[in-house]
Design a binder for this molecule. Sequence first.
Ligand code: ZN
Length: 78
Amino acid sequence: MWFIEEVGELAQALRSGNPNELAEEFADVLAWLATSASIAGVDLDEAAQKYANGCPKCGQTPCQCPEPAGCNPQQWQP
Ligand SMILES: [Zn+2]
């Protein structure tokens, strides 16, 4: 699936730290995410409202939940 490939490329770009490459890969992932949602009949704007006011659990942006990596992007290792 193209979306998964793009996420893999984004992971590589996050490791590389190249700002131009990062922006390009984030754009590619966003484009494929929007395309996948459209094909599945999901209104992505409506779905994203889940996070409109920050994390649904703690209400913070970015999430400040005490759970280990996976929930809080600040805990992700590049
Ligand atoms: Zn949270």
